[in-house]
Design a protein around this ligand. Structure first.
Ligand code: ADP
Ligand code: ZN
Ligand code: MG
Length: 475
């Protein structure tokens, strides 16, 4: 029997704004003091009036445009009614019939909708009896993106979530950090026989890393297949992911769809997006940065950078900006640009891993200086060995790389007089090795060149040194 798994994702992401969705409280996910960024509006006091945050709507319109969705002309906010201590109004302001964005796609996966709502307070369960509530998060603008049930593979599902994170970061719309709960993924999973209609779905929650998204979906697919093989039915339910046990567990069985009694919030105005000059299509497009898939096409297609290195740049907005600045300084010379990519992705990131300096500190330095170092390598002003030492010093102290290389004695010595003296000394000091070479042992010459490189701390031009050694030995 061939079973086809199907996955649809629902992803929430907190939007990066100065203030919260409907009040003036700061939207600061790093505020450590509980219940500090709060006011009567976001604590749900009766009689308060919400005001729509324009910046949050702007993020939504930009995200919707980036994914090729349709920006709703008419949109409104609804009350989603339910009782839970983290939402003391008794309802969450969300969108129902008229979401801000409809359609679009990411990585070829069709989106159903993206709507805007408010986040709830966070509940901290102290023990079996007591829970604490922190309202700093209450009222933070939250987008919810829903995909169509068109994903058929756990790896592709987690790749979709990753690509959404990259897009949100590129747009500056969200930190989208899953570990911090800035982005939360719920996976709907079903399995059906080939050709049959979609099977009964199970919704898996509390996935807080991309790895758990992939593993939970894979686990759930196998569980469904095992049940179907035994001729059993899948029960529609909401389950959680047990990170320690690496398995899903039932949270609640859905008897019937929950009735939220959605209705338009009478305290908020309807929005006619097309009538807001700032949100017309051309205006919005003009504000979009290069999108991740466009950056990949440019780096790989135009600049000939490997897909792997391109991805390192696409995944880090600040590193990419630094790289683009360096490219401008290198005046489009493709050999130098590829050299710059290699130095950035292998040497610079290597030094960061070693703990020599933080990436943030390094890219806060001058791209012109980094470009000058690349020029020195390309022009053979330093050897590749010398360049690495120069880079190590530069990431810590910054400044003119040429001056650093000069101070450290790392400038490539091409000067025949200096190299000639060195060759003479080496020959004099290693007579036995010289005899071996004369007797036909090629490797001995390499040893002598190596002595020169050691003496010059890598700054001697090895090709010229070799020629001079051969000449001296022949004398
Ligand atoms: P509900 O009414 O239960 O909220 P929706 O139709 O609104 O269900 O879909 C919610 C999410 O579940 C969407 O991401 C959708 O793609 C996904 N989904 C719907 N049906 C299935 C299914 N049979 N298998 C897998 N995912 C599904
Ligand atoms: Zn507030
Ligand atoms: Mg639904």
């Amino acid at each position: 029997m061939t079973y086809i798994p199907t996955i649809g994702l629902e992803i929430h992401a907190e939007l990066k704004t100065k203030s919260k969705m409907f009040c003036g409280c700061p939207n600061d996910p790093d505020e450590p003091r509980p219940n500090h960024t709060v006011c009567p509006i976001c604590m749900g006091h009766p009689g308060t009036l919400p005001v729509i945050n324009r910046e949050a709507v702007r993020h939504m319109v930009r995200i919707g445009t980036a994914v090729g969705g349709t920006i709703a002309d008419f949109t409104e906010f609804d009350r989603k009614n339910y009782f839970y201590p983290d939402i003391p109004k008794g309802y969450q302001i969300s969108q129902y019939e008229y979401p801000l964005v409809v359609g679009g796609s990411i990585n070829g996966i069709a989106l159903t909708r993206i709507h805007l709502e408010e986040d709830t307070a966070s509940s901290l369960h102290e023990d079996a009896v007591y829970s604490n509530l922190n309202f700093n998060r209450a009222g933070v603008p939250l987008m919810e993106l829903v995909t169509e049930p068109v994903i058929h593979d756990a790896t592709l599902a987690s790749a979709f979530a990753r690509e959404l994170r990259t897009l949100l970061r590129t747009l500056g719309a969200s930190g989208a950090n899953m570990e911090k709960g800035e982005m939360r993924v719920e996976a709907n999973v079903s399995v059906a026989q080939e050709g049959a209609p979609l099977g009964t779905k199970v919704e898996v929650k509390n996935l807080n890393s991309f790895r758990s998204v992939e593993r939970a979906i894979a686990y759930e697919i196998q569980r469904h297949i095992a049940l179907l093989e035994k001729g059993e039915k899948i029960v529609q339910e909401t389950s959680g992911w047990d990170e320690a046990g690496q398995k899903t567990f039932t949270q609640r069985v859905k008897e019937e769809a929950q009735e939220y009694r959605y209705f338009p919030d009478p305290d908020l105005p309807k929005l006619r997006i097309s009538r807001i000059p700032e949100f017309t299509d051309d205006k919005v497009r003009a504000t979009l940065p290069e999108l991740p898939w466009e950056t990949r096409a440019r780096l790989v297609g135009k600049l000939g950078i490997s897909a792997e290195n391109a991805e390192l740049l696409v995944q880090d907005v600040a590193l990419l900006a630094f790289f683009d600045e360096v490219c401008t300084r290198l005046k489009g010379d493709s050999t130098r640009i590829r050299l710059a990519v290699n130095y950035l992705t292998s040497d610079v990131l290597g030094l960061v891993q070693e703990g020599v300096a933080s990436l943030g500190a390094i890219i806060a330095q001058s791209p012109a200086e980094f470009a000058a170092l690349i020029d020195m390598v390309a022009d053979n002003t330093v050897s590749s060995r010398g360049a690495k030492d120069t880079l190590r010093a530069w990431v810590v102290e910054g400044g003119d790389p040429h001056a650093i290389a000069e101070r450290e004695g790392l400038l490539q010595v091409d000067d025949d007089d200096a190299l000639g003296v060195m060759a003479e000394e080496i020959v004099a000091e290693h007579q036995a090795v010289v005899e071996e070479y004369r007797a036909g042992k090629e490797a001995s010459l390499q040893f002598l060149v190596g002595q020169g490189m050691k003496r010059s701390k890598g700054s001697a031009n090895p090709v010229r040194l070799r020629e001079l050694l051969i000449a001296k030995i022949a004398d």
